[in-house]
Design a protein around this ligand. Structure first.
Ligand code: ADP
Length: 288
């Protein structure tokens, strides 16, 4: 068990973000003073319009960003690389996300990228999923065993020898999830987990996420998924938090949602509107 996990208890703070600011090297501000805490076991959605800073935020949770000092405060290429070590803004189970702690941080926080092709790089599915555990120090045999178990868990038994890039988008996404799970993270951060999935693959993926026994942070536009899985929502826009509270309260607040380029999900809209949609459907002609 990792040192981080031994520090946890039922009410432990899994993620603590304090006054996080970030701009990209071209000067574009992505996060301006973001603060929140997530308790162990919570499932929290990060919602917001395109460009709100959701992906940038997730990349900070396992230390992919800020990366280098010049990304933070300066464009000076000669600046020391890891200034954020002196001034951490993110903690996972009390562990500051610093360069020195990156191996433990990445063991604790698994990040599922929006695009599986950003994550897959090995010649076979099995090697890809085994890469993480092998990197964490498991023997080849142990890593392969864990990888097989995780492929089974995501419904991809029999895919071991397949070439990742020859799989469908939904299958590739599941391989990525298996790869994340193979590292046994306590926190899982998912960036748009259901985007580009067809309805059946989306449903299967939601069922998989729901079953995961860990703290979940989900950046998504899929508000029906949020209603199903997350008890809390953080609404981000232009790099700032505008709302943080119970899912139903936030998603049903029409004014708040519209103000930030979002819509109340269909299932929460007043019945009249749903009825009109149903009427429309009833009148549609379906080719047999
Ligand atoms: P979201 O995930 O909510 O769509 P992002 O975190 O991707 O938002 O982006 C936040 C802001 O940072 C946007 O203005 C976006 O254009 C900008 N941005 C994202 N990635 C980069 C990058 N690599 N270089 C410069 N700006 C970026």
């Amino acid at each position: 068990m990792s040192e981080a996990s031994t520090q946890t208890d039922e009410h432990a703070i899994a993620i603590d973000v304090r006054d996080l600011m970030f701009h990209y090297p071209d000067g574009r501000v992505a996060l301006c003073g973001v603060s929140f805490r997530i308790a162990q076991g919570e499932s929290v959605a990060i919602i917001g319009p395109n460009g709100a800073g959701k992906s940038t935020l997730l990349l900070h949770l396992n230390g992919i960003l800020p990366g280098r000092r010049r990304y933070l405060h300066t464009h000076d290429e000669t600046a020391p690389l890891h200034e954020h070590d002196e001034n951490p803004r993110v903690w996972v189970f009390g562990l500051p996300v610093t360069e020195a702690n990156l191996p433990r941080v990445r063991q604790t926080v698994g990040l599922l990228f929006q695009d599986p092709d950003d994550q897959l790089f090995c010649p076979t599915v099995l090697e890809d999923v085994a890469f993480g555990p092998r990197n964490l120090g498991l023997t080849d045999e142990e890593a392969i065993q864990v990888a097989r178990e995780c492929l089974e868990a995501v419904g991809l038994r029999g895919y071991e020898a397949r070439i990742p890039h020859h799989l469908s988008f939904g299958e590739r996404k599941r391989v990525c999830l298996a790869g994340v799970l193979a590292c046994r993270p306590q926190i899982i951060a998912l960036d748009e987990p259901t985007s580009n999935l067809d309805p059946r693959a989306r449903r299967q993926f939601i069922a998989l996420i729901e079953k995961l026994d860990c703290t979940k942070v989900i950046a998504t536009h899929d508000l029906e998924l949020v209603l199903e899985i997350c008890s809390r929502v953080i609404l981000l826009d232009q790099g700032r938090i505008y709302a943080d509270g119970p899912t139903l309260e936030i998603l049903s607040n029409e004014h708040l949602m519209e103000e930030h380029g979002l819509e109340v999900p269909l299932s929460l809209r007043p019945r009249g509107l749903s009825d009109q949609v149903d009427d429309g459907r009833a009148g549609a002609r379906v080719a047999s």
